[in-house]
Design a protein around this ligand. Structure first.
Ligand code: CA
Length: 219
């Protein structure tokens, strides 16, 4: 999953970026409203975390432009605890949810997961297929009832496939989910994580469509 983080405060931005990366998300971080607008026009993100008080162009303007373009990327706005009017303005401008600053980091991650789930149109968060059970919300997986531990990067490869079972994603598309700007990309990284996932979950869960990409079969 690839996230755009829009945050002008360097300390908060770095802390949130580290947190999200540790969870296996690819993160692009921009520090003002113009850069956010440029990034949103250039890339497809699974979610945007948008601070509203920004230099150059405020977050509400960025959000309004995004929705005017009929771009439905999920947006989580960040506002100060006492800024009720700003929160309402954000929701009315097309935000999907909001988080309060200073962040409760567990809550932040839970809201991100909930939005990603909702965006994928899955009311049922648990995926089950041939004895394999995977819950992206809790990041728990098991095979025939035996728990399996997946790494953050393995989740990063697995989640976009799980979000739409039956749909093939190319290696390039999976790579985009795995890395943010400036990350070193090794050419066979996706294959390495797929290999690890198939060893842990069984080859039936991650199918390789030769020359096209990978898919998770429909549950
Ligand atoms: Ca700010």
């Amino acid at each position: 999953m690839r996230l755009l983080l829009v945050e002008d405060d360097p300390m908060i931005g770095e802390a949130v970026q580290d947190l999200l990366r540790a969870e296996g998300y690819a993160v692009d971080w921009v520090r003002d409203g113009d850069a956010a607008d440029t990034a949103l026009r250039a890339n497809a993100y699974d979610l945007v975390m948008l601070d509203l008080g920004l230099p150059k162009r405020d977050g509400i303007a960025v959000l309004r432009d995004l929705r005017t373009r009929k771009d439905r990327t999920p947006v989580l706005v960040a506002t100060a605890r006492d800024a009720v009017a700003q929160r309402i303005e954000g929701l009315d401008a097309g935000a999907d949810d909001y988080v309060l600053k200073p962040y409760d980091l567990d809550e932040l991650l839970a809201r991100i997961r909930a939005l990603l789930r909702r965006a994928a149109g899955r009311a049922e968060p648990v995926y089950e297929h041939k004895g394999v059970s995977i819950n992206p919300s809790t990041r728990e997986a098991s095979v025939n009832g035996v728990p399996v531990v997946l790494s953050g990067r393995e989740w990063a490869v697995l989640e976009p496939l799980l979000a739409r079972p039956g749909l093939v994603l190319s290696r390039q598309q999976l790579e985009d989910k795995l890395y943010g700007w400036g990350d070193e990309v090794s050419s066979n990284a996706v294959e390495v994580y797929i290999h690890g996932l198939r060893k842990k979950l069984g080859a039936d869960i991650l199918l390789n469509v030769r020359g096209v990409g990978y898919l998770v079969p429909k549950a």
